[in-house]
Design a protein around this ligand. Structure first.
Ligand code: LLP
Length: 455
């Protein structure tokens, strides 16, 4: 259970990733939790549950934090790109574009969402370790930068870009030999990763691309992992990347963009203490600046690709408490009306979250309980063995930090429709994703005539 400071006075107002609750969280006169000046019980009533709630102010503050820190700590040009795999929607694309961010997409679907959401294509990069010809052509024809991940990308582009057409804008991804686990990292010569070229191949690929008329290599990319709390791996990354920049320029590529990926961790639990956005950017910016100065290199444009730290803490999910099962001496389960289909992170990564009752966020704990999802899977547990106040069926539960890698990784397991999502600000709540209906899930099913005949 959270302490009051987490919702009100103890917040870091400049770096949303340091608070598990959205920046605008407040307690109203009745003692209930509000976000974006909206009463969460009213939202649950109006839109139903489970419900994803996104706080506009928190997303904007996170965007501004990246933008301003880049401006403050990096003397050259810079751009933060939103890693849209964290949560891809028209509304979020529109919002990040309005904050001057670019966007990282990894599929045709994410590309279309970004285009329709109003992100300028020159500010979009396309990633992926197995891009289809269709994805490559969509990116190429729209002037999106394609991140070359492997030899297959090179071979496909060489074949599909018509001769005499303008060259494709490219960035080259390599594995920098820095491996991050959440709280530790190792440096190795080679990495067991499906993404990017091995550092040993870098020189020959750069030479190969120099001879390709269809290719215009303008950037280098590396990404070392996600939910990282240490700053040292990113500091080391800048050194490795600037070395690669020097090599690419020596070979004759006019490389101007250095993209260090994303990875900054966020607070999910009270005990988590990630670095601020400002501290992360400072390390990256100083690292690149110093590594360039010591080699007498022209400063590149500095790009980064945050996902989680831009949107996770802006989001929370509302559920209603349902069935209760007490197994004396073992465990008490309280089930909610969602679970692994709207938040697959606990079952996938054993991720921990923080939660509270919307009506009584500071009610003292009375018992240890486990919040279970409603799916037909024993592992569908959202929060295990948490201290919880007394509660009743129908109470609304808020689970924090669900703005990233929840909706985007959701499923229809057990044919459960995806929740609605609303964005809140200054007392207004607007729908950004409509709730699916069970009948929507049937729309792509087909019964072959042959089977109907058998019936
Ligand atoms: N750039 C690239 C190339 C990436 O692969 C990723 C994340 C990012 C940027 C953004 O990283 P972030 O700032 O969000 O850490 N599903 C996992 C996370 C997977 C991250 C995949 N790549 C989870 O729920 O924890």
């Amino acid at each position: 259970m959270a302490n009051r400071n987490q919702y009100e006075s103890g917040r870091d107002l400049l770096s949303p990733n340091k608070n598990f609750a959205p920046i605008t969280s407040q307690i109203d006169d009745q003692g209930s939790l509000m976000v974006g000046e909206c009463n969460l019980n009213c939202l649950a009533e109006r839109y139903g549950t489970p419900l994803y709630v996104l706080d506009e102010v928190t997303i904007r503050i996170a965007c501004q934090a990246y933008r301003e820190a880049l401006k403050k700590y990096y003397p050259g040009p810079s751009l933060a790109l939103y890693a849209s795999k964290a949560n891809s929607s028209l509304a979020i694309s529109c919002l990040v574009a309005s904050e001057g961010l670019g966007l990282d997409a990894v599929s045709e679907g994410e590309l279309l969402t970004a285009f329709k959401g109003g992100v300028a294509s020159e500010n979009i990069v396309l990633h992926g370790n197995n891009k289809s010809d269709q994805e490559l052509l969509l990116a190429y024809h729209n002037g999106v930068t394609i991140v070359i991940d492997n030899q297959n990308d090179i071979d496909r582009l060489a074949e599909i870009i018509p001769s005499e057409s303008p060259p494709a804008k490219l960035m080259l991804r390599f594995t920098p030999g820095i491996e991050c686990h959440t709280h530790e990292y190792i440096r190795t010569g080679h990495l067991d990763s499906k993404f990017g070229f091995d550092p040993d191949q870098l020189e020959s690929v750069l030479v190969q691309l120099k001879a390709a008329k269809w290719a215009s290599l303008n950037g280098l990319h590396a990404h070392i992992g996600s939910q990282i709390f240490e700053l040292k791996p990113h500091d080391d990354l800048t050194e490795v990347m600037v070395e690669a920049l020097a090599l690419a320029r020596r070979i004759g590529h006019p490389v101007e963009d250095l993209n260090v990926g994303g990875g900054l961790g966020i607070r999910y639990k009270e005990t988590d203490d990630p670095p601020s956005i400002q501290d992360w950017v400072k390390v990256i910016a100083s690292g690149v600046k110093e590594a360039c100065q010591s080699r007498n290199l022209r400063l590149p444009r500095l790009l980064c690709e945050p996902g989680r730290s831009l949107v996770a803490n802006a989001g929370l999910t509302l559920y209603r408490l349902g069935a209760r099962k007490e197994i004396p001496g073992i465990r008490t389960y309280i089930s909610v009306d969602g679970g692994m289909s709207d938040n697959p992170r606990p079952i996938t990564y054993q991720s921990c979250y923080s939660a509270c009752l919307v009506s009584r966020p500071f009610a003292p704990p009375q018992e240890k309980i486990t919040i279970a999802g409603k799916h037909c899977e024993s592992g569908d547990i959202l929060l295990k063995d948490i201290d919880f106040p007394s509660s009743s069926t129908g109470d609304v539960l808020a689970v924090f930090g669900t703005g990233a890698y929840n909706a985007s990784m959701g499923s229809n397991y057990n044919r459960i429709p995806r929740p609605a999502a609303v964005i809140v600000n200054k007392g207004h709540a607007d729908l950004v994703q409509r709730r699916e209906r069970p009948e929507d899930l049937l729309q792509y099913d087909v019964i072959p005539d042959r089977l109907i005949a058998l019936g």
